[in-house]
Design a protein around this ligand. Structure first.
Ligand SMILES: [Zn+2]
Length: 319
């Protein structure tokens, strides 16, 4: 009987993966943000994506014509190398996401534990079946170890988001989902971007096409964070006036400094609202709202949302 190559392959894959992760600067940055208590769910998505990229590289590096018997990726090899490697990404992603969840909950005063998402057994089995389909060449099989490994790793994080948003929605906390379009992504993704109540989120909110790096995050709390209304604008103007009225001797700042600080807070609030309403990233939201009145900004938001609604109703994704 031929010797089983799987243990050796797994050891090599694991070593390559660990080396890749150790050299990954974005992962190091996110780990630091988790330690510092400043990480967000966008970091969580990026972490899962980076784990996917590092694993994909490790698999392609170690499953090839030189290492595989007959130069073929047999089912019983793929099943026992790729599946456990993805399970490892799934575990790392859920652990990391639970850490971020805790950070966010602490600042919101929420005392709930994170829920672990289920491992998507069928989805991963489907992937193994595709890369070991009858008559497939090694080259074709390796294509399934590239982008699909990254895409599935992102989905581990999406599953965490969904499980936890659902849990909080079920226990009566307000939960909203936000899909943020990667600026380099497509029209379909731009249209899907936005913030939605958990119960009325579009069914495609977690859907990803190949090379999609959009993020889905959620917010939970007692009050909605995404509603634009006149009151929020007025209250920030009031805040500005209040600060102007305080005078010069507050906390050693000059009146001018405090007015500037208040204006900056107001500006951040406008940008954040624009991001929540449209799902656009901070830079685009900053540009779109600069030197515009609340009415002009609202008009722009309405226009974008209408466009997003039309494309969503149009059905299938355009790529
Ligand atoms: Zn996308």
């Amino acid at each position: 009987m031929a010797t089983d190559v799987v243990p050796v392959l797994n050891e090599r894959i694991e070593n390559s993966f660990k080396t890749n992760v150790m050299r990954d600067r974005r992962i190091a940055q996110i780990s630091k943000r988790i330690r510092d208590g400043t990480a967000t769910f966008v970091d969580g998505h990026d972490y899962a994506e980076r784990l996917g990229e590092n694993l994909s590289k490790a698999l392609i590096q170690n499953l090839n014509a030189d290492t595989l018997p007959d130069g073929r990726l047999y089912y019983n090899i793929a099943k026992r190398t790729v599946t456990p490697a993805l399970e490892n990404n799934y575990n790392l992603t859920n652990d990391m996401a639970a850490d971020i969840q805790k950070i966010l909950d602490e600042s919101a005063g929420i005392g709930l534990n994170a829920v672990r998402a289920d491992f998507p057994k069928e989805r991963i089995q489907g992937l193994i079946d595709k890369m070991t389909a009858d008559g497939i060449t090694l080259e074709e099989a390796l294509v399934w170890l590239a982008e699909p490994i990254i895409n599935n790793s992102e989905a581990f994080f999406d599953d965490f988001i969904d499980s936890n948003a659902k849990f909080r929605n079920d226990v009566g906390l307000k939960a909203t989902l936000t899909r943020t379009a990667d600026p380099k992504c497509c029209d379909w993704c731009a249209a899907l971007a936005g913030t939605y109540d958990y119960d009325s989120a579009p069914p495609d909110i977690y859907r990803r096409h190949e090379f999609c790096r959009c993020t889905v995050t959620y917010q939970s709390g007692k009050k909605s964070q995404n509603v634009w209304n006149r009151r929020s604008w007025e209250s920030s103007s009031d805040e500005l006036n209040r600060r102007k009225a305080i005078g010069d001797n507050d906390q050693g700042q000059s009146a001018m400094e405090r007015i500037e600080a208040a204006a900056q807070i107001e500006r951040d609030r406008i940008i954040q609202n624009f991001m929540d309403e449209t799902g656009y990233d901070r830079r685009t939201a900053g540009k779109a709202t600069r030197n515009k009145s609340p009415a002009e900004i609202q008009k722009e938001i309405n226009k974008i949302r209408e466009r997003q609604r039309l494309i969503q109703e149009g059905g299938s994704p355009r790529r």
